[in-house]
Structures are given as structure tokens and as C-alpha cells.
Design a protein around this ligand. Structure first.
Ligand code: ZN
Length: 244
């Protein structure tokens, strides 16, 4: 999409957890950042439920600790991708709801940076075997539903969340919405030049993905090659893209 020079080249990425963006669109974000887009990453949860599945120490202190570790990992990954900032909305991990409060918090971020592009996870489940279970994480669905509702109409409609007008955030229209992991993928970004940045960013998430990510890197390359093949590119990330 063509952007006049006066328009801000701003992107808001909204996901549920630290590392979601790297998996879904890390190569794309690095490519856009290299093109001069200013990218803000919003993490809806505090990442406080991201330890090993068999952990038994899951009390408040353990949650506080893992939350801090994951935030630091996310900031390091964002730096590798060339993102401008990371914003944590700090909803409790594992309990995210597509609430009006979450929608308002996302609208505030869209309006604050006057986001031209918004990237989010899929609000729809995909019932095909090649998709893995994590795509069905209820936090992902909640973050996605709240984001799609924030993009239209709330971000561009002054009647929605008048309290944001009082905060100094007038309505702002998003031009393009990109949905990762959607049932229908109609747009791909060539990540051949940025796959190494994506992998390096994933390597920051040691608490979730461990230190030996050789196998993971192979899988990520394989996914990118499969997506690329569908769109005539070497390595790609794919989206459902809609213009507003
Ligand atoms: Zn996640």
C-alpha cells in the first residue's frame, strides 16, 4: 500500500505472550523495520504462566520471576528485530479475555502511535492437521478478538471510548490489518533476508525455548519454505491481509 510522505509509517503488533510475535511474524517485522517502519509491539499478558508444564512452584513469587525474565527476553528479541518499543499490558497470563477493557487498551495504543498497519493473531481456530495446538491458545484468540474489534470501529470512531479523547487520543484509522495463522492466507512477505534475525530473536526466549534451538530453527526454516512455496517465494511468512 502506498503511503504519502506525510503519513506516519507506524505498525502496531498485538499478541498475547512474549515470543508469539517472533514465531508469527518476526521476519516480516525485521523486513518492515529495515524499510523504515516504526514498530510498536504490544504484549497483552504479563507472561507469568510461561514456565515448564510440569512445574509445581507456581505461586506468586515464581510468577513474578518468570514474568520479569520473559519481559527481558522480549525486549532483547525486539532489539534484534529493530522494533521501536515493547508495551506490556500486564493482564494475567492464561486468563486473557476479549474484554472491553482490553479492547480499550489496544485502541489507546493504536491511537497513540496512529498505527497505519496492525498485526495480530488469528481470532479463528484452524481445524487442519498441519496447524499445531498452540494456535488454539485461548489467550491468542482473546488477544486477536480484542484487536480486530479495536481496529474497527473503535480506533477510528470518536464515540467509542470517549475517555481516550480526554486522554488526548483522537480517533485514528488503521489502513491495513495483517492476521497471522489465519484460516485463509492471502498475502506473504519475503523473509529470505531476515530469517536469521527471526531465528536470533527466537534465541532470546531461552526460558521458553531452551538454549539448544537447532531443531527449532530447522522447523522454522521448514515452515518458511512451505509458506514461500505457496506464494512463489523462497522463504516467507503469510497473513490474511485486509485493507480498511
Ligand atoms: Zn502465545
Amino acid at each position: 500500500m502506498h503511503n504519502a510522505p506525510s503519513e506516519p509509517r507506524t505498525v502496531l503488533v498485538v499478541v498475547a505472550h512474549p515470543d508469539d510475535a517472533e514465531f508469527g511474524c518476526g521476519g516480516t517485522l525485521a523486513a518492515w523495520a529495515a524499510e523504515g517502519w516504526e514498530i510498536t509491539l504490544v504484549i497483552c499478558t504479563d507472561g507469568s504462566a510461561g514456565g515448564p508444564d510440569d512445574a509445581t512452584d507456581v505461586g506468586p513469587e515464581a510468577r513474578r520471576r518468570i514474568s520479569e525474565i520473559r519481559k527481558a527476553e522480549q525486549r532483547a528479541a525486539a532489539e534484534i528485530l529493530g522494533l521501536k518499543e515493547v508495551v506490556f499490558l500486564d493482564y494475567p497470563d492464561g486468563m486473557l479475555q476479549p474484554s472491553i477493557e482490553l479492547r480499550r487498551d489496544i485502541v489507546r495504543q493504536i491511537r497513540r502511535i496512529r498505527a497505519q498497519r496492525v498485526v495480530c493473531q488469528s481470532p479463528d481456530r484452524v481445524w487442519t492437521p498441519q496447524y499445531s495446538i498452540p494456535r488454539f491458545h485461548p489467550d491468542h484468540l482473546a488477544a486477536a478478538n480484542a484487536t480486530v474489534a479495536a481496529v474497527y470501529p473503535a480506533a477510528q470512531n470518536g464515540w467509542d471510548f470517549p475517555e481516550l479523547l480526554a486522554e488526548g487520543y483522537p480517533p485514528s484509522k488503521v489502513r491495513e490489518l495483517y492476521i497471522t495463522g489465519a484460516p485463509v492466507l492471502n498475502y506473504a512477505v519475503d523473509i529470505s533476508a531476515t530469517i536469521e534475525q527471526k531465528l536470533a530473536a527466537l534465541r532470546c526466549h531461552v526460558s521458553q525455548l531452551g538454549t539448544d534451538q537447532t531443531e527449532l530453527a530447522q522447523r522454522v526454516r521448514q515452515w518458511a519454505a512451505e509458506r514461500g512455496q505457496e506464494f512463489g517465494l523462497a522463504l516467507a511468512e503469510a497473513f490474511h491481509r485486509v485493507e480498511n
